[in-house]
Design a protein around this ligand. Structure first.
Ligand code: FNR
Length: 342
């Protein structure tokens, strides 16, 4: 369909399912094993209710969307999560993502296993555009140092170290199309090694893939300037918790973590309301993976439209929730109803 007929982020999934070739669509769409975590990431938001306030002056809500992430200014509290193989959706590959993000001034996190190289993605940035580069690491210090040096030269402003993939994802759907990874690999990275990594670069190293309050505490203790609550879009360990469940665990057991480090979250976010629920618990910014990969089937324009649609939904949902200033949203605006099985 024409881009103007796409009215919400879920429509991009529908369009991609019809128009991408089946193995490319399947690679993006896939979750691990029975895809329980993939579905739970989407469905968990339904079990989390709002507590709206009425008769609030919300006329300035749009102007309160901008935020800072590690000191950099962005126009909204959401970002493009790192996803491999952008070239499966569009010949311009990650250029669509980096340009769409630039047009709307939101944060893009290029994946190490992008179709384009770190340098080619950097070349597509606008002059003052900020990106955070995602990496996977093993225990080979020489290779890590070379990679970190490359990333610094590319102009990225932070490194995202993904830690939720100690072993390969068990992805049946993609394996049927030969687009899963064939051989098993196991990483040996531990918290001790994380501390040494920070000596190898002047860039802040963000930890992506935190799934428990224990590991959130571990990341704070190791000095992480930011963490991303994530189960990798349900692609790694099936039955791993959604980031909303992890945010709730932190909110209940160690709420101070939300002020000790910047806490971001991703997985299953499709609507403005989803973003608001995470922000209400103390999350600073929310990432989306698949919606942007599918939007990129339309290239940069599609990515830009996805960003505009989500900004609008955040503003109108915050307005109906009775939030005058997005920065002032807090847990009194949400209610967890775990017994409500829908
Ligand atoms: C990912 N994700 C991911 N994460 C990462 O750290 N490095 C990577 O290379 C990839 N690759 C990747 C490919 C594809 C096709 C998808 C869908 C996802 C995970 C990604 O960063 C993010 O955590 C999830 O996509 C968030 O879930 P949603 O928004 O896709 O539901």
């Amino acid at each position: 369909p024409e881009l103007s007929r796409i009215v919400g982020l879920s429509d991009f999934d529908w369009a991609a399912r019809r128009y991408l070739n089946i193995s490319a669509y399947t690679y993006y769409r896939n979750g691990a094993a029975g895809e329980w975590s993939y579905r739970n990431n989407l469905e968990v938001f339904h079990r989390f209710r709002f507590r709206p306030r009425v008769m609030v002056d919300i006329t300035n809500i749009e102007s309160t969307l901008p935020t800072t992430l590690l000191g950099h200014n962005f126009s909204a509290p959401f970002f493009i999560s790192p996803c491999a193989r952008g070239g499966l959706a569009h010949p311009e590959a990650e250029r669509g993502l980096v340009r769409g993000a630039a047009a709307e001034n939101i944060l893009y996190m290029p994946a190490l296993f992008a179709t384009l190289s770190i340098e080619d993605i950097a070349a597509a940035k606008t002059e003052d555009q900020v990106v955070f580069q995602q990496v996977y690491l093993d225990s080979n210090d020489t290779a890590t140092q070379l990679l970190f040096d490359r990333i610094e030269r590319s102009g990225a402003k932070a490194i995202i170290f993904t830690v939720d993939s100690a072993a390969d994802g068990n992805r049946h759907r993609a394996a049927r199309f030969g687009v899963g990874s064939a051989d098993s690999s196991y990483s040996l990275i531990t918290w001790d090694i994380y501390k040494q990594l920070q000596n190898m670069t002047s860039l802040p190293i963000i930890i992506k893939g935190i799934m428990s309050v224990e590991d959130a505490r571990g990341a704070v203790a190791a000095g992480a300037p930011a963490i991303i609550l994530s189960n990798h879009g349900g692609r790694q360990l099936d039955s791993s918790p959604s980031s909303l469940e992890v945010a709730l665990e932190i909110h209940e057991e160690a709420p101070e973590i939300f002020t000790q480090t910047e806490v971001y979250a991703d997985g299953g976010v499709r609507y403005g309301a989803d973003v608001l629920k995470l922000l209400a618990l103390g999350v600073r910014a929310v990432g989306l993976g698949r919606p942007f990969m599918f939007a990129n089937a339309y290239g940069a324009e599609g990515v830009q439209r996805a960003i505009q649609l989500l900004k609008r939904e955040i503003a109108i949902d915050a307005g109906n929730l009775g939030v005058a200033d997005l920065k002032a949203i807090n847990s009194s605006f949400v209610k967890w109803t775990p017994n409500l099985w829908l």
